[in-house]
Ligand binder design. Structure first.
Ligand SMILES: [Mn+2]
Length: 322
């Protein structure tokens, strides 16, 4: 059986989840058809009406009842109340918002709950190879930013981090995502990072980061316990953690980012100085129809003035909930 794999595009965990699923699909004699990246904000009308022609597998993103396989760890994954009500975890459909990464969730599902049987075509009787375990390990660290500090998160201390950096700051390119997904499912991280396109993109990120840090610093404003990043008309490398690098006392950050024709507010908690009870994704979903999980989320606006005003409103709301 061939599955079209829909994955969270432009995200290391999204690509790594697709790679992890591909590994276990092949183990049972299945394979992929197409890779289809999905990025937020998702066109909900289109998604509700979607009637996939091929078998659909979805990882690290939005639920669809027609999916033959679906794994996610985002609590805002249901865009329809009925879908949520009728959903049950089973062998091929799993939601676990406690899992630090979707890659790790898939790995644990197929190794612990449904380990491959010895008579499966390619089953490795001694369990999955170390590289697959490693991929889950690093996705768990990277997707939840489980680093010792903002500096470490922005650094290049492991092959997984270098690969992730080669991926996150570039506008998601499907060709590159495909290359990475296949590589990650077949080769160890230390091998993948030596691929020329990976290396080239990583080195570019390194140069970009050096240039962008002073620019980011100029655009940061601390409002109570929330650091707000203004004026991001262009993508600046390293912007995800730089807020906490420059303002470690902040509990939250709000970033105003330009994405095509939208102004996206990306909201997160400081992983190194977390608030007590963050409810970010849920709040953004309720108020703006955005999405995310408890520690990070986003909301999109078409007008810049709306985005700027709501960035401050969100900051004020968060200041009351530190
Ligand atoms: Mn994820």
């Amino acid at each position: 059986m061939r599955y079209d794999i829909y994955f969270h595009g432009g995200c290391f965990d999204g690509a790594a989840s697709a790679a992890m699923l591909l590994y276990f699909l092949r183990l049972r004699g299945d394979d992929y058809g197409k890779f289809i990246p999905l990025t937020h904000p998702i066109n909900k009308k289109w998604w509700k009406k979607l009637k996939p022609k091929n078998q659909m597998a979805i990882v690290d993103i939005i639920y669809h009842p027609k999916a033959a396989i679906w794994f996610d760890h985002h609590p805002t994954t249901f865009i329809d109340k009925k879908w949520e009500k009728n959903f049950k975890n089973d062998k091929n459909h799993v939601l676990n918002d406690g899992s630090p990464s979707c890659t790790g969730l898939i790995y644990r599902h197929f190794t612990k709950k449904f380990p491959p049987k010895a008579d499966q075509p390619l089953a490795e009787k001694i369990g999955p190879p170390k590289r697959i375990k490693n991929l889950a390990h690093w996705a768990d660290i990277i997707d939840r930013a489980r680093f010792g500090s903002a500096k470490e998160a922005m650094g290049f201390g492991s092959a997984a981090l270098r690969i992730a950096k080669s991926f996150v700051d570039k506008k998601p390119s499907l060709d590159y995502a495909k290359l990475l997904i296949k590589a990650l499912s077949e080769k160890p991280l230390a091998f993948v990072e030596k691929f020329k396109p990976v290396r080239t993109r990583f080195l570019k990120h390194k140069r970009d980061l050096k240039k962008s840090l002073p620019e980011i610093k100029k655009r940061l404003v601390l409002r109570g316990k929330v650091v707000v990043l203004y004026g991001m008309e262009k993508r600046l490398a390293g912007a995800r953690f730089a807020s906490y690098y420059f303002y470690p006392q902040a509990k939250y950050s709000v970033r105003i980012l330009k994405r095509d024709n939208n102004y996206v507010l990306s909201v997160g908690q400081n992983p190194w100085n977390p608030p007590k009870r963050p409810m970010i994704g849920q709040y953004l979903e309720k108020k703006y129809g955005g999405g995310g999980h408890s520690v990070a989320g986003s909301a999109a606006f078409t007008k810049k003035s709306d985005a700027l005003r709501e960035a401050l409103n969100i900051a004020d709301y968060l200041n009351k909930h530190v």
